[in-house]
Design a protein around this ligand. Structure first.
Ligand SMILES: C[S@@+](CC[C@H](N)C(=O)[O-])C[C@H]1O[C@@H](n2cnc3c(N)ncnc32)[C@H](O)[C@@H]1O
Length: 187
């Protein structure tokens, strides 16, 4: 589970399109959850299917990852800033992650962090609304890979080894084969 009392990290997925992005947005959520974020807000076209898929993963595999839809992404960013949180936008055009890492880690100890990832097209205002425009290499790849690397660098290896509270299913790592422990009673 996450280290208690650390500020929250929430991912804001911009520009979701139901038909084209269903799988990708679900994977953004899965990566966010697995690599230590506390929740995800989806913006763009409303898609309860994606939210249900992510909720059902948490139901089985534990943790307290929150998911929600918000049509007005600007409102989410403004409210976040008004509440004192910082806003990080992942983009290939931003400053290199290694050059900002120390500052971002410090931010994470002090205030909540909203991490924006784009889709096909990101509006130019996103770049000005963000406190930090961060690149994970200056090459184009994907929102899933950018987010996973970002969270891993920010939070470090402890996130990789953490367990999820109230998990119904838990994997016992094996050299070969699959071992899953099913818990009848949530702890
Ligand atoms: C299909 S890509 C679009 C690439 C876009 N031109 C950009 O600004 O990064 C969708 C999203 O993946 C993320 N992304 C892709 N490559 C990235 C990189 N090298 N560094 C950080 N984020 C990246 C960004 O959040 C981007 O909005």
């Amino acid at each position: 589970m996450r280290v208690a009392n650390l500020p929250r990290i929430v991912v804001l997925r911009l520009g979701h399109r139901i038909v084209r992005d269903k799988r990708l947005t679900t994977h953004v959520g899965l990566a966010a959850r697995a690599f230590g974020a506390d929740g995800m807000v989806v913006s763009g076209e409303e898609d309860q299917g994606v939210l249900r898929s992510l909720s059902s993963i948490s139901e089985k595999w534990g943790g307290q990852f929150s998911v929600g839809f918000e049509p007005d992404w600007r409102g989410v960013v403004s409210a976040w800033r008004n509440d004192g949180g910082c806003v990080v936008h992942l983009t290939m055009y931003g400053l290199p992650l290694p050059s900002l890492l120390e500052r971002l880690r410090e931010e994470h100890t002090r205030r909540d962090m909203l991490v924006l990832v784009g889709g096909a097209k990101v509006e130019s205002s996103v770049y000005t609304m963000a406190d930090y425009n961060v690149s994970v290499t200056n090459q184009p790849h994907s929102e899933v890979s950018a987010l996973a690397v970002f969270l891993d660098r920010l939070l470090g290896t402890t996130e990789m080894e953490r367990g999820m509270e109230n998990a119904k299913l838990r994997i016992v790592p094996q050299q070969r084969g699959k071992k899953i422990v099913r818990s009848r009673h949530n702890t």
